[in-house]
Ligand binder design. Structure first.
Ligand code: NDP
Length: 335
């Protein structure tokens, strides 16, 4: 069990990225930590998550989640260990989840922490397969796209944290799955997890043709993570009444959004396009976490993670979400 902390390093938001995020947008600082006040708990973070939505929080426009403040420590999902407790219900050694990532340790009111569920999963899984990315995949496939046996499902950014879980949930639901990802290693991973047809989009000149080649009768469902030409390809290959779960648009996060240029197909093909934000479905988390742990135990759900060591690596880990230099869930190990 770790001891109390007197200092913590943190990453602050130094400047807004113009285009892709870079090291210059971040600043490493050190703060001192007192003993936790009444009702507070001191936590040493073990793992922190970097997620694409954080890019949206770095812009000035308002969105579904408030923006990061310049000069202040960044925030995000983290898993840590209680080292000192001055609050009922927490004791040293408890593993907890918070939105107080991008720092090595902190004091916080007990209400801002959730204990990890007692399930046979490693702590960092609650930032990936059994956490927000996994729940996003679950909501998109179940509540939004309503995937059913026999559907042909297309998933973009399929080898990522959300996409890889989305593919496996679609398989569990009896669908045929087409996944697209960038590069040989990611495509091999997709085949390993049972994806029926794989598109290496970086090796294709025309994604619409590539999707038509592997799904010649069209797709019933699109789980869209990327947007741009991926969404155009999905629209061009949609069957009548196909359902689109619009989860993300990462190809446009660092630039002015482009396309889709064929949105009229939504009309001509009577498509249902529905966006969603996972935070509106947090009430499903306990049920989802139990189900995912059962799927893991039954060998129906696998995951990969790319881990970098040390808080100072967090900005680089964040940047790799946009260059794709990682496989599965991108994580920063802090202790
Ligand atoms: P990933 O682990 O999938 O990492 C991002 C991946 O996006 C990269 O690995 C890369 O895939 C792909 N990518 C990045 N830029 C491009 C580009 N220009 N063209 C094509 N692919 C690109 O991230 P997550 O799984 O955490 O997130 C996936 C998506 O889900 C994001 O759009 C995110 O915003 C969204 N999301 C939405 C939520 C919601 O509530 N709606 C909640 C959580 C996530 P590759 O390596 O194959 O090139």
């Amino acid at each position: 069990m770790s001891s109390a902390m007197s200092r913590s390093r943190e990453i602050r938001f130094r400047s807004r990225p113009e285009g892709a995020p870079s090291a210059a947008n971040f600043e490493l600082a050190e703060v001192s930590l007192d003993a936790p006040a009444d009702g507070e708990v001191q936590v040493r973070n073990l793992w922190m998550s970097v997620d694409p939505y954080m890019r949206g929080r770095m812009t000035e426009r308002t969105s579904y989640v408030s923006g990061f403040e310049l000069g202040k420590v960044l925030q995000g999902g983290a898993v840590g260990e209680v080292v000192v407790s001055n609050a009922d219900g927490f004791v040293p050694g408890d593993l907890v989840q918070s939105m107080l990532g991008w720092r090595e340790g902190f004091n916080a009111p007990a209400a801002s922490l959730q204990k990890l569920p007692d399930l046979p999963l490693p702590p960092e899984a609650y930032l990936g397969v059994a956490g927000l990315p996994g729940l996003t995949a679950y909501v998109g496939m179940s509540n939004i796209a309503e995937v059913k046996p026999g559907d042909v499902v297309f998933v973009s950014a399929a080898a990522g944290a959300v996409g890889s879980v989305a593919c496996q949930i679609a398989k569990i639901k009896g669908a045929t799955v087409v996944g697209s990802a960038g590069g040989i290693e990611k495509c091999a991973f997709l085949r390993d997890i049972g994806v029926d047809q794989v598109i290496d989009y970086k090796a294709e000149t025309d994604l619409t043709e590539a999707l038509a080649r592997v799904a010649p009768d069209g797709i019933d469902v699109c789980f869209e993570n990327v947007g741009g030409v991926h969404l155009e390809a999905a629209l061009a290959n949609a069957k009548f009444f196909a359902r689109f779960a619009l989860c993300g648009n990462i190809s446009n996060y660092n630039k002015q959004a482009e396309g889709p240029r064929n949105i009229e197909i939504a009309v001509t093909h009577s498509l249902r396009l529905q966006g969603f934000i996972v935070s509106n479905y947090f009430h499903l988390m306990p049920k989802f976490a139990r189900e995912v742990s059962q799927w893991v135990a039954a060998g129906k759900m696998q995951w990969r993670q790319t881990v970098v060591d040390g808080l100072e690596q967090a900005p680089d880990a964040f940047g790799r979400l946009f260059t794709g230099e990682k496989l599965g869930k991108m994580l920063v190990k802090l202790a």
